[in-house]
Design a protein around this ligand. Structure first.
Ligand code: ADP
Length: 321
């Protein structure tokens, strides 16, 4: 029902924490890529989910396929590239706890997803298609992603977008802003953090509420801004809600945004199934969407890593309203 398309990769997470990436003395291998995290997140929360993307015919690709499969994600759309390697990223949390990334993504498998090889049968069956801007940074993946959005929309799906801004992957900030704002026009649902909101809208986002209003005028019908330990603000056409975060002992906040997205998409799928209209979601639905997003994200923060940290449905249901 919820299908994610886009980057799937191996993160090498450096330790010890709190030092520049170049000073890491050890690396832990982890499955990653925002859309892949979201697919697993939705599956853990009991949603039917699939993934579309590309990995190499190598040991890393085998590992990623296995992670998706053992989590019950439909991998009919996971393609293998005979001529390119799986995408790799080295990452470490530096002294300011800001992640420092180095991408090895020149000509690697995820960038080579081609419009001609999109799995039509998966897209026709999609209720919600989720993507991020990382897929838009290079061709042919960019064209494939936009074509998938077009096909899914034509088949009646809701389109979900996470800008997931990785500036180093773009030629410059102007191009990044332009492409992300254009992608937003294609999306019904957008989730972003405060920094991304400011980056995209500049002075139009003087306050989060003003930024959200400006974004809603650019196409999406549901916008969620995550505010770290301050929770989230959700706005639809009809109403707006501001929800505090769940108080937890955070040990690792990586992947919190992806967990939030997964929580929100599971509830959205439920709302759509009950015949709710995205245009007319009332504040009770917005609260439920935000509460599941916040709860899934908070639980993820209490455990190290991303995919291993994503919560199960029972845990979220206990916390969320
Ligand atoms: P990103 O990680 O994408 O930058 P945020 O930092 O806004 O996004 O975090 C996403 C969500 O994770 C927040 O909306 C909140 O629900 C949850 N979260 C983040 N940090 C904490 C924290 N310290 N305690 C509880 N929840 C948190």
């Amino acid at each position: 029902d919820v299908v994610s398309i886009g980057e799937i990769l191996i993160d090498f997470v450096g330790s010890p924490k709190g030092r520049p990436l170049a000073e890491a003395t050890d690396f832990r291998r982890a499955a990653g890529g925002g859309p892949a995290n979201v697919a697993v997140g939705v599956a853990r929360l009991g949603g039917r989910t699939g993934f579309i993307g590309k990995v190499g015919r190598d040991a890393f690709g085998d590992h990623l396929e296995q992670i998706l499969e053992e989590n019950g994600v439909d991998t009919r759309g996971l393609l293998r590239d005979d001529e390119a390697n799986t995408t790799l990223v080295f990452v470490a949390l530096n002294e300011k706890a800001v992640p420092e990334f180095v991408f090895f993504r020149h000509g690697t498998a995820d960038t080579r997803l081609d419009p001609a090889e999109l799995p039509q049968e998966v897209l026709e069956d999609t209720r919600i298609l989720h993507f991020s801007s990382v897929s838009l940074t290079v061709e042919p993946a960019r064209g494939a992603t936009l074509e998938a959005v077009r096909l899914a929309r034509a088949a009646g799906a809701i389109i979900s977008f996470d800008p997931n801004l990785r500036l180093s992957l773009w030629p410059d900030a102007v191009k990044a802003r332009q492409e992300i704002l254009a992608a937003m026009k294609l999306a019904d649902v957008v989730k972003l953090n405060k920094e991304e909101l400011r980056f995209l809208l500049g002075t139009e986002a003087e306050t989060v509420a003003a930024g959200v209003t400006a974004l809603l005028a650019r196409g999406p019908r549901l916008v969620a801004v995550t505010l770290g330990e301050d929770g989230a603000l959700l706005a639809g056409i009809e109403s707006k809600v501001r929800l505090p975060a769940f108080p937890v002992q955070a040990v690792d906040t990586t992947g919190a945004g992806d967990a939030f997205m997964a929580g929100m998409l599971v509830v959205l799928a439920e709302a759509i199934q009950q015949g709710e209209d995205l245009e007319a979601l009332d504040s009770a639905w917005l609260e439920r969407l935000g509460s599941w997003g916040n709860a899934a994200a908070a639980l993820t923060c209490t455990r190290p890593g991303v995919i291993p940290a994503l919560p199960a449905k029972e845990e979220v249901a206990k916390l969320a309203t």
